[in-house]
Design a protein around this ligand. Structure first.
Ligand code: SF4
Ligand code: SF4
Ligand code: SF4
Length: 320
């Protein structure tokens, strides 16, 4: 009986030892494999998003580059991004292993001219509408205070122009350099990551603001005194907006707006022509062809501005 017990005990310890050794060996093997064969997992959406220019302008029909990247990943067309132009389309086509289509011009025209927003600060009434429209939080200001654009953060998306009730924002062309953002190549490191981060931050900020606004609104509903204050404020705001609208729709305001648009279009044509002149020695290359297209686009825009054809202007709003 004793011998039998000893044999059983020995077998048990031996089995335990083998099992423990096996576990230690497997653990070490797995650790080694996870280091040796580590794979950088980047989803297709992230790769596609990395090839888009991060202007966040919405011309593609999506509310930003990331949503368009998600749509492309599930089969949407790759030729809807005017700021990215043919270079981006080629990069996307190469990544998706397909032949590159041309830019679909119903979404806009590609241009080489980099523009940023500029607020005529003495005319700003501090309504904050431009801040709400900016997808990358590139505008600084507070209610009833002068607003200003942080030039180096501005992607030139144009989205702040229409909401401004006094039309005091211009898009001005800037010289292209490394500190200014302009999509050039898919692998470009120029500010595109920063624009993406600011776009994401801006969405998170708005979500938080919405949540805190709803808390405030609930508190207000609970207090009749505050209700009265809200209604007075709303009336005052409505009155102010009525005055702004009346001011905005006078013939003088329309004429001033017309003059500004023509001046802006002339400025952009001048810049495009200057650039083309500088490139003349390098005929027949892609850069030269794009410069010619930019001049042509700027001419169309100037002609539209001069003829006051507002519907055409709207259609060519992106042509700079
Ligand atoms: S740059 Fe504008 S058009 Fe291009 S993907 Fe981004 S949001 Fe869309
Ligand atoms: S300031 Fe205007 S043009 Fe510049 S990124 Fe913001 S919305 Fe776009
Ligand atoms: S929308 Fe126009 S008026 Fe209102 S804060 Fe912006 S720049 Fe000023």
């Amino acid at each position: 009986m004793e011998i039998y017990d000893i044999i059983i005990q020995k077998s048990f310890y031996s089995a335990l030892m083998v099992f423990v050794s096996f576990c230690i060996f497997s653990g070490m093997l797995l650790s080694y494999a996870s280091i040796k064969f580590k794979v950088e997992i980047i989803s297709a959406v992230e790769k596609i998003d990395g090839l888009l220019p991060q202007t966040q302008c919405g011309q593609c029909g999506y509310p930003g580059c990331r949503p368009y990247a998600e749509a492309i990943a599930v089969g949407d067309a790759i030729n809807k991004c005017p700021p990215g132009g043919q270079i981006t389309i080629n990069a996307l086509a190469s990544f998706l292993d397909m032949s590159p289509p041309s830019l679909d011009n119903q979404y806009g025209f590609s241009t080489d001219i980099k523009t940023v927003a500029l607020i005529r600060e003495d005319e700003c009434i501090g309504c904050t509408k431009c801040i709400q429209a900016c997808p990358v939080d590139a505008i600084l200001g507070a209610a009833k205070q002068m607003h200003t654009v942080i030039k180096k953060e501005c992607t030139g998306c144009d989205l702040c122009i229409d909401p401004c009730p006094v039309d005091c924002i211009d898009m001005v062309s800037v010289e292209k350099n490394l500190s200014g953002y302009k999509w050039d190549q898919p692998q470009s490191i120029i500010n595109s990551d920063r624009a993406r981060d600011r776009f994401v931050y801006q969405i998170e900020r708005k979500d938080k603001e919405l949540a805190s606004k709803s808390v405030i609104r609930n508190r207000r509903l609970a207090s009749s005194k505050n209700d009265k204050m809200t209604s007075t404020t709303n009336n005052l705001l409505k009155e102010a907006m009525k005055q702004i609208e009346a001011k905005k729709s006078t013939p003088e305001a329309d004429h001033a707006r017309f003059l500004r648009r023509v001046a802006r279009a002339k400025d952009q044509l001048h810049t495009a022509e200057k650039k083309l002149k500088e490139l003349k020695v390098l005929t027949n290359d892609d850069k030269y062809k794009r410069a010619v297209a930019s001049v042509e686009s700027a001419r169309i825009r100037l002609a539209a501005a001069q003829s006051s054809d507002l519907s055409k202007l709207k259609l060519n709003e992106h042509i700079i």
